[in-house]
Design a binder for this molecule. Structure first.
Ligand code: NAD
Length: 370
């Protein structure tokens, strides 16, 4: 089928190729069924790229990513590359991709599937039906701010420095992503910072409020200090719809929200860049988990986080909401039917491999499309 959907696959290291492999099967299924065509290319990233090119992200791979409509990444890293210098580490490849593609908005849904409600360490009544979205600013803030470094003060004393910096533009563009998502969801945004102790937090609060008042008055906007948000997320997570926050707080709050769902193998993410004149947004989709070297190559990995990331790609890069719903529904059904990879195994359920989970999903898709 002819396609204008250019997808770059970067399976990466460890379990990356195994979980991305299941997405390829679903893409093939969609093509065969005439639902969608994709122009897929595949390349190396992380340790796999370092082994071939001596760098975790070759310039040619970056160019391919820039020219694609969406990137699907598996995972990077592993003990084989742990001793490499900082700039050559697999994770640097991922950070460079995010930076060069200007992926400033990281979307992390925290969704609790009914079948997995007991996987959470929180009481079922606290998390049942949970469906929140955390939007984390990804290219600014303290992880990139200057000055940074470690200074030798000269008398056996050293100083470590990082700087939290945000501009109006950076705050406004990520706020708009959060408001746009809220329009399609529950209509509520909670913005989190530490305006009580940080000037950058004061600016963040003021700018988010301005974007709201000028452009999204219909959205219910609240502001919360990030430390309180951390508490509220475990006390009563369902009070939230969309949370928008900076890079540092987003890193922490999104991991905390992730654990409400109980399983790393179930967590998708999307990272979005600015829209160009044609309305095309650079975008990368990836599971939240890492390369899981302890189970790599054993056909044990849970592919659902990557499949759910692909579903986000369909929804946010290709406006294919119906196909995304079809895939999400099939995943839900397979879980309801009792299929479990080892990481989400529960008593009385069927423990299956990565491949068998993929088989079950394709069977369910077949049933739904019949
Ligand atoms: P990890 O997410 O790889 O693994 C943590 C634990 O969760 C392991 O026990 C693993 O077996 C399990 N797990 C993770 N994903 C799973 C899945 N899909 N199915 C079943 N079990 C799963 O985190 P880690 O062990 O801290 O890091 C391993 C490597 O991955 C490191 O090199 C780290 O730097 C890298 N890492 C990469 C990314 C990324 O590519 N985005 C993210 C985190 C860590």
């Amino acid at each position: 089928m002819a396609s204008n959907r250019k997808v770059l696959m970067l399976p990466g290291d460890g379990i990356g190729p195994e979980v991305v492999g299941q997405v390829k099967r679903v893409m093939d299924w969609m093509e065969k069924r005439g639902l969608a065509g994709f122009e897929v290319t595949e390349d190396l990233v992380g340790g796999a790229a370092y082994d071939v090119h001596g760098t975790p992200l070759a310039d040619s791979t970056l160019e391919a990513a820039m020219a694609s409509d969406a990137v699907l990444l598996g995972a990077v890293g592993g003990p084989k590359w742990d001793a490499l210098p900082f700039e050559a580490k697999p994770e640097r490849g991922l950070l460079r991709l995010r930076k060069e593609m200007e992926l400033f908005a990281n979307l992390r849904p925290a969704l609790v599937f009914d079948a997995l409600v007991d996987a959470s360490t929180l009481k079922p009544e606290i998390v049942r039906g949970l469906d929140i979205m955390i939007v984390r600013e990804l290219t600014g803030g303290i992880y990139f701010g200057e000055p940074r470094g470690i200074e030798d003060l000269g008398w056996g004393e050293r100083k470590g420095i990082n700087t939290q910096v945000y501009t109006t533009t950076e705050i406004r563009r990520v706020a708009r992503v959060a408001f746009d998502l809220a329009l399609k969801r529950g209509g509520r945004v909670c913005s989190c910072e530490k305006a009580n102790v940080m000037e950058s937090g004061v600016l963040w609060r003021e700018e988010v409020q301005k974007v709201h008042d000028d452009e999204y008055p219909e959205i219910e906007l609240s502001h919360m200090y990030a430390d309180n948000a951390a508490m509220q997320l475990v006390r009563d997570p369902k009070q939230f719809d969309v949370i928008v926050t900076d890079n540092l707080f987003g890193d922490i709050l999104s991991d905390e929200a992730a654990m409400l769902t109980g399983s790393l193998g179930m967590l998708p993410s999307a990272s979005l860049g600015a829209e160009d004149e044609d309305g095309r947004r650079r975008a990368m989709y990836e599971p939240v988990h890492g390369s899981a070297p302890d189970i790599a190559g054993k056909d044990m990995a849970n592919p659902l986080a990557t499949l759910l990331s692909f579903s986000m790609m369909l929804r946010y890069s290709f406006a294919m909401g119906d196909e995304a719903d079809l895939l999400d529904g099939a995943i839900r059904k397979v879980l309801d039917g009792g299929m479990r990879t080892a990481d989400i195994m529960q008593k009385g359920k069927a423990r299956v491999s990565t491949t068998v989970m993929g088989d079950a999903l394709l069977d369910e898709l077949d049933r739904r499309a019949a």
